[in-house]
Write a protein that binds this ligand. Structure first.
Ligand code: UD1
Ligand code: UDP
Length: 367
């Protein structure tokens, strides 16, 4: 048995880490292909170091580019590796261009694809990730759905029941495995001169929010209104995409925004855990905020992760400043909040490997 594991971006490294560790624990032969879709130290190697992951066996060195060019180059470079390695299954996680290319490269070679985080739908086809999710789900053999919502969506799209495995999200494994160590090691609050429970944490990198200057200005107006109403610090670890757009559009930021470079996972967990409120358009942060018990405002018109809203941990505000200020007021007037955790029990990688090992062993015995 051999497993090919494909990663490319920050969230894939973080969410695939528990699966890699589970393979190591069980002595299952595996290899890692890194597309290098993300390559800056703070978006890439810092996570391999902090999460104690083995170095990728293959670095494709593709980097940034237009969608077709980037996805095409991933495909071209993945194919010979898969032909040489002949894995029994290729695992991809999430909805990036790396995921689509990995799934397609494997599927064309008749290698089984396992899609971790299957069945998410925003129903917004202008979002590049939505295409990646749908395509990947429909060429996968193992669909690892997060919960009942995703299971229902996949069945509704005609995917055979026996391909769908509802297991939770490996985001929970990673978070629970690193909470304590992050509390011990991270000094980020002291370093940034922040007081626990007294700052807002912001992240934004969706193309719909940052690639169009008027949309980015709307987002900044929302932050301005938040600042006018609630004062206090707004910390913003800035994604490189957003950084480059601010520069391209010549936008100067107000002083009350504490802009910092992207931080490592251990620091980011602490930043989330001690925030008064999180404002984000990130997929993973919608999940982590919910798991950590911190309320969030989702800076999107729609979400493929409705669970955080359903359990009462988040509100969809888009770039609407009025909605954001109103939602924040409601959160901040409460002393206490709690909700169910819809994102996994912290043992998701184990469930995923149980499914794969059982299925591949059965197939071996049948041959
Ligand atoms: C990608 C994914 C998105 C995911 C996000 C996680 C797609 C279509 N998008 O978006 O789903 O939520 O990763 O963060 O797959 N850049 C750097 N250094 C890096 C990486 C990027 O400077 O290490 C800059 C480059 O200017 C690049 C831009 O960021 O052009 C965008 O990078 P790209 O990987 O294309 O998309 P993301 O916005 O990161
Ligand atoms: N993250 C991090 N440092 C940061 C910002 C985010 O370690 O400065 C982590 C965060 O904890 C989460 C993941 O990166 O696990 C989310 O990545 P991102 O928002 O880039 O992508 P998305 O989840 O939207 O695809």
């Amino acid at each position: 048995m051999k497993i090919g594991i494909i990663v490319g971006t920050r969230p894939e490294i973080i969410k695939m880490a528990p699966v890699i560790r589970e393979c190591q624990k069980r002595n299952i032969p595996f290899f890692i292909i890194h597309s290098n879709q993300h390559y800056s130290k703070e978006m890439d190697s810092i996570f391999f170091e902090e999460l104690h992951l083995p170095a990728p066996h293959y670095n494709l060195g593709v980097g940034s580019g237009l969608h077709g060019n980037q996805t095409g180059n991933f495909l071209i470079k993945m194919e010979p590796i898969l032909l040489e390695e002949k894995p029994d299954v290729v695992l991809v996680q999430g909805d990036t261009n790396t995921v689509l290319a990995g799934a397609l490269a494997a599927s064309k070679l008749n290698i089984k694809v396992g899609h971790i985080e299957a069945g998410l739908r925003s129903y917004d086809r202008s979002m590049p990730e939505e295409t990646n999710r749908i395509m990947t789900d429909h060429i996968s053999e193992y669909l690892f759905a997060v919960g009942p919502n995703q299971e229902k969506i996949l069945k509704g799209e005609g995917i055979a029941n026996n391909k769908i495995h509802t297991v939770g999200n490996t985001v929970s494994d990673s978070l629970f495995q690193h909470l304590e160590i992050s509390a011990q090691k991270s000094k980020i609050l002291t370093h940034l001169n922040l007081t626990a429970g007294e700052y807002f944490l912001v992240t934004a990198h969706r193309a719909s929010n940052v690639d169009v200057s008027s949309n980015l200005m709307e987002l900044l107006h929302l932050l301005d209104e938040m600042h006018k109403n609630y004062t206090g610090t707004i910390v913003w670890p800035i994604h490189p995409r957003t950084q480059s757009k601010l520069k391209e559009f010549n936008i100067e930021l107000p002083d009350y925004l504490q802009l910092i470079a992207p931080v490592g996972y251990l620091d980011f967990i602490q930043l989330q855990k001690h925030a008064k409120l999180i404002l984000t358009d990130s997929g993973g942060i919608q999940e982590e905020a919910c798991l950590l018990g911190i309320p969030s405002l989702t800076l999107r018109e729609n979400t493929e992760r409705p669970e955080a809203v359903e359990v009462g941990a988040s509100e969809l505000v888009g770039r609407d400043a009025v909605k954001a200020v109103k939602a924040a007021k409601q959160w901040l007037s409460r002393d206490d909040y709690s909700w169910e955790n819809p994102f996994g029990d912290g043992h998701v990688a184990k469930y995923i490997l149980d499914v794969i090992v059982k299925d591949l062993t059965k197939k071996d015995m049948e041959q």
